[in-house]
Ligand binder design. Structure first.
Ligand code: HEM
Length: 148
């Protein structure tokens, strides 16, 4: 019961994470290039994208304890499904969230507005690419992933 709820929350929330990240990245790029000034709205946009990843981390951590795909056994590393969720998924996603959070903090400390946007852009883009690579998309065979 709890498992099904959290699993669906985690699966569906990915879209919120992806949309907010893409929005923050596109916006930071445009404003960096046009030399716009960095406002509170720009900080908040990045903050919400980062916070969405933190909530996803929370759902993921709960799942990590209750999912049948997470198992510490002798054959975990030999089974692609168990290895993916027990090791690869958590590692790539934790790294992505670390990069995004670091980028958020760093961007605020930059001296110029252009540098703030540029820092946000690069860190969030790297984070997004890691997340895209770490999602068990349905077209990735053997990971039993769904679209929602
Ligand atoms: C932004 C980061 C993340 C995204 C976008 C993401 C996305 C997903 C998606 C799409 C699935 C497949 C769900 C399904 O098809 O039903 C999944 C499964 C899973 N994720 Fe994540 N995840 C993220 C971070 C994490 C983290 C940090 C952890 C661990 C702490 C984690 C643990 C899990 C586990 C254990 C499953 C398997 C759930 C099951 O039993 O079906 N995820 N994740």
């Amino acid at each position: 019961m709890l498992y099904t709820i959290i699993q669906h929350a985690h699966s569906g929330w990915r879209w919120v994470v992806l949309i907010l990240l893409v929005w923050a990245i596109v916006s930071a790029f445009g404003k960096w290039r046009s030399g716009a000034s960095f406002t509170e709205a720009d900080r908040k946009r990045a903050f919400f994208a980062m916070t969405a990843t933190h909530l996803q981390l929370l759902f993921g951590l709960v799942l990590y304890f209750i999912s049948p795909y997470v198992k510490f056994a002798d054959d975990t590393m030999k089974d692609p499904l168990l290895r993916f969720y027990t090791v690869e998924h958590i590692f790539i996603m934790a790294l992505a969230i670390f990069v995004i959070s670091g980028g958020y903090r760093r961007s605020l400390g930059r001296a110029t507005d252009t540098a703030k946007f540029k820092t946000q852009f690069y860190y969030f883009l790297i984070g997004l690419l890691l997340i895209l690579a770490g999602i068990p998309w349905p077209f990735r065979e053997g990971l039993s992933g769904a679209w929602f």
